[in-house]
Design a protein around this ligand. Sequence first.
Ligand SMILES: Cc1cc2nc3c(=O)[nH]c(=O)nc-3n(C[C@H](O)[C@H](O)[C@H](O)COP(=O)(O)OP(=O)(O)OC[C@H]3O[C@@H](n4cnc5c(N)ncnc54)[C@H](O)[C@@H]3O)c2cc1C
Length: 366
Amino acid sequence: MRVVVIGAGLGGLALAQGLRQAGIEVDVSERDAGVHARFQGYRIGLSEVGVAALHGCLPASSHPVLDAITGDLAGDRVVLDHQLRRVGDLGPMTALAADRHVLRHLLLHGVDVRFDRRFTGYQVRQDGRVDVHFADGATTTADLLVGADGIGSAVRAALAPGIEPEDTGIRFVLGRTPLTDRFARLVPGAGTVVRGPGLTLMLGLMRFRVPPRQAAPWLPDTADYLRWVCMPDSPRPLPELVEGWHPDLREVLDATSATHTTHLSIRVVRPSTRWPSGPVTLLGDAIHATSPSGGNGANTALRDADLLRRKLIDVARGRISLLDAVEDYERQMFDYGAEAVARSLDALPAFLPGRADQPRVSPVRS
Ligand SMILES: Cc1cc2nc3c(=O)[nH]c(=O)nc-3n(C[C@H](O)[C@H](O)[C@H](O)COP(=O)(O)OP(=O)(O)OC[C@H]3O[C@@H](n4cnc5c(N)ncnc54)[C@H](O)[C@@H]3O)c2cc1C
């Protein structure tokens, strides 16, 4: 069996790792020129589901490295006002913090990725296999084509053109700044929510148990940082929105360089109508992109990778046909994927100033 994966994000790479361990041939193509082509170094929260999926996909030799490069996210999430007075808490949480860029490097280790190779289309052949086409003119043949190509998925556009990204209309700004003792004091628990006039700022720490480069020499040299996130509903620059706030909070924004600040528009993809199962399927944000407010997009992509990996191992061992495996995967993935998107949208108002109304969701072309 030969599996072609489009997209070397967290989901596609986790699947490739899992198939490689099982001796299943896998070919991964990525449109970016290399792993550093885009800054993607934000912190993600790994749930039990995400960690279990990573353990399922990664070889045992990588498990201690995974443990070393994550940090604990335990304790209460405190709510402060803009003068750092405690005004409440959101209860305890338990998860692991991971840096997306470092995690991606871990998932890349040992996997051959063809970078600079953009998927453009596919054709299902008479023998049931799939010819997969790339922008450089190359074509390869797969028993299964997996679109793990993110929210703007070109595989989805061909397989399920009725499923399109929807724009919440909400602007999302996040940044990271090197961790100092002063900044660390802003986050005494698992995370801090600062509810100021006109802006809600979420603060979280990325504290590696072991600096990544020490955990494995092939990992990026990344130091601990403070991650901040907000969803301003005003076009005014952030420094203006935090005028009059506590100096430590203003300092967080001032200390963040422009290269470490990202502006995003929050879009989601809801898995709606299923296509008839066949030799082409989707995984991760390509089919269920969540709002970052849910903190579950990566966890759900990893869950997909682990589930599909297990189904394909059953196929390789002759226990089930490829078609039944894909159908079973899609049935389960559609259910929990739709739930993950809904949960992320439910969580969105907590990020908005004044806990405003539910966001308006409207379709956009990707
Ligand atoms: C700011 C932010 C914070 C987040 N925090 C969390 C969190 O705390 N917890 C959590 O679980 N999730 C979080 N998420 C969501 C999480 O990052 C995504 O859900 C996850 O990365 C999706 O993985 P993926 O592999 O499906 O897609 P992606 O990581 O988007 O990877 C898709 C890959 O496909 C490639 N590609 C696209 N088109 C083509 C093509 N035509 N040919 C070849 N390659 C192509 C892209 O270049 C990309 O590398 C967050 C997201 C953001 C933006």
